[in-house]
Design a binder for this molecule. Structure first.
Ligand code: NAD
Ligand code: LMR
Ligand code: MN
Length: 564
């Protein structure tokens, strides 16, 4: 049975509203009631027919970026059709609307621009921030706000106002995969200028043409935004995406005790990587505390992963934090993070290695290959944006000392991957347990079988973490809620059935997988007392089912007091 809605929009107003527009699927009765008879061609189409037509049209687009633009305009026209089409072709179309193609769309934002979307909060207009915020949100029931200041978009750096594209794409994924009603989410860009010279020199650049605002002025601007969110939508989830490394962790720590805030690059990436590693150590029949882990690229994602793996090791294997810290070797642009390295960020210091361990080396900078040779890692994770950083020499050196090397080159988009999974597979003679951040085709094992490359992208978990937090009306997303989500994801790993299978479920199953994650998160929230709902743990699954948004045409009745 389709849901019934009282709607207060007529004529062009309903046809141009993507939430209510059904295009040729408006019934004869609705056409009469909403003043559409002369505004639509005669035949009434089913959603199936509309999907078929839209898919045919999509396939006339020659390139992925053209497909991305086509789908963007479809989203502006008709949400039910847009989301249904995406769901029916999930594996094929997620890479078009998300990583990797969205990276290109963001980089070309000012040139591809057709229509505004979401909320642009610009530093130059800071005095009218509350009015600008309310102009878009007033009267709306906003449960989710996805924000980006675009300083570190995927691996492509500062993209200024184009950052609205990542906030939008992440919001779409929340609805597509996480079951969140798109009318209850808001994509926001905080345009504080850009240090990207190409954008500043581009006469068509549509963002604030000013270098990035930093320091106290930046903090005040972000704080003004966060306080508006807290004031007007105290129960919402506030998602931070692709903030720069000097701000991401700081902002998360500043706000996470007072509001349900979530940093995807730190926490989402940490959680999905933890799940993937749990699956891998299941295959190698070892424990988390048995691993020697190199994290290459000690930025937001690298440190988020390190802390998540460290915390899980402490809990799962009952060892001290110091012991768990000693399992990690972090490498950044100037080599291994060690005590004598100048300007090491405070948050990296607990993981800095002792200089005395490396005194036998000539150079003061300790490179990846040196570390691999000396420590004989079992796990190699890439979050560096350094394409090809895991060279043949590095991978072979690792494989020489490790029966099943666990190698996760996670940098996005695809072209920035630290090692192509085919190469990692070949250079380890099919022994490596692999996962990447963007989708890749399967590699060939020496026995001729396909080895499916797990997509270790935070999108496999963040929609569930968010949905679980939202439906349980939790005032914060605790570390224990995140670990519960990661454990549930790990328990769904196909490699548990057969070690030659992928480490994580296929992205095509992402909606079901994220539902399971959400249930685990909400159960944990109920159990630990973080939840704002009065549910019993056993009821969570049934309650959660009722909250999932699915793209369906409702039955509309005109009512001047109805929704608009
Ligand atoms: N798979 C996922 O779900 C996922 C999630 C988040 C981020 N990522 C990817 O991880 C990468 C990093 O993202 P981030 O948000 O942490 O960015 P970031 O800018 O915070 O971190 C990148 C770090 O890598 C370091 N680096 C750069 N070149 C290096 C080199 N040659 N050797 C070693 N270190 C080097 C930088 O100094 C920086 O500290 C991006 O490509 C991003 O797309 C993937
Ligand atoms: O956006 C993605 O694809 C994952 C991640 O958040 C990233 O920044 O790369
Ligand atoms: Mn990101």
């Amino acid at each position: 049975m389709s849901p019934k809605f009282q709607v207060a929009l007529r004529g062009d107003a309903i046809l141009t509203n993507p939430r209510f527009n059904k295009g040729t699927a408006f019934t004869e009765q609705e056409r009469r009631d909403f003043g559409l008879t002369g505004r639509l061609p005669y035949r009434v189409n089913s959603l199936n027919e509309q999907c078929q037509r839209a898919y045919d049209q999509l396939n006339t687009q020659a390139t992925d970026i053209q497909k991305n633009s086509f789908l963007q305009s479809m989203k502006e026209q008709n949400w039910v059709l847009y989301y249904t089409l995406l769901l029916r072709h999930l594996r094929e179309l997620v890479p078009i609307i998300y990583t990797p193609t969205e990276a290109e769309a963001i980089a070309k934002y000012s040139h591809l621009f057709r229509r505004s979307e979401g909320l642009y909060l610009t530093f130059a207009n800071r005095d009218s921030m509350e009015d600008d915020f309310l102009a878009i949100t007033k009267g709306k029931d906003v449960d989710l706000i996805v924000s980006s200041d675009a300083e570190a978009i995927l691996g492509i750096g500062d993209q200024g106002v184009g950052g609205i594209g990542i906030s939008s794409a992440k919001s779409v994924i929340y609805s597509l995969i996480g079951g969140i009603d798109p009318s209850k989410s808001l994509a926001v860009t905080l345009d504080v200028g850009t240090d990207n010279k190409d954008l500043l020199n581009d006469p068509l650049y549509v963002g604030l043409p000013h270098e990035r605002i930093r320091g106290q002025q930046y903090d005040e601007f972000v704080d003004k935004f966060v306080q508006l969110v807290r004031k007007h939508f105290p129960h919402s989830l506030l998602h931070f995406e692709d903030y720069g490394v000097t701000n991401a962790e700081r902002l998360l720590e500043r706000y996470r005790d007072n509001h349900a805030v979530f940093n995807d690059d730190i926490q989402g990436t940490g959680a999905v990587t933890l799940a993937c590693l749990m699956a891998a150590v299941g295959v190698t029949k070892s424990k988390l505390c048995d691993q020697r882990i190199i994290v290459y690229g000690a930025g937001s994602a690298g440190l988020g992963i390190t802390k998540q793996l460290r915390d899980a090791t402490v809990t799962a294997d009952n060892i001290s934090v110091e012991d768990a810290n000693s399992k990690f070797w972090l490498i950044d642009k100037h080599g291994l993070i060690k005590d004598s390295l100048p300007d090491v960020r405070d948050d990296l210091k607990p993981f800095a290695r002792k200089d005395s361990e490396w005194s036998d080396l000539q150079s003061s900078e300790v490179r990846l290959l040196d570390v691999v040779k000396k420590i004989k890692p079992t796990v190699l994770i890439g979050t560096s944006t350094h394409a090809g950083g895991f060279t043949k020499e590095v991978i072979e050196a690792m494989a020489a000392e490790c029966e099943r090397p666990i190698i996760f080159p996670l940098s996005n988009p695809s072209k920035l991957v630290e090692v192509h999974p085919n190469d990692a597979n070949d250079w380890t003679k099919g022994k490596a347990l692999l996962a990447t951040g963007s989708p890749f085709p399967p590699a060939k094992m020496p026995n001729g079988k396909d080895y499916v490359i797990a997509e270790c992208n935070n999108a496999l978990i963040y929609p569930g973490l968010g949905f679980g937090t939202m439906i349980s009306k939790s005032k914060r997303m605790s570390d224990t809620m995140i670990i519960a989500g990661a454990r549930r994801l790990a328990s769904l790993s196909p490699a548990l059935q057969d070690p030659d299978n992928a480490l994580l479920p296929d992205f095509g199953e992402a909606p079901d997988v994220n539902f399971e994650v959400a249930v685990a998160v909400a159960e944990q929230a109920v159990e630990e007392g973080s939840a704002g709902v009065d549910w019993k743990k056993e009821e969570v699954r049934e309650k959660a089912k009722l909250k999932v948004w699915v793209p369906l045409y409702g039955e509309f009745v005109y009512d001047e007091n109805g929704e608009k």
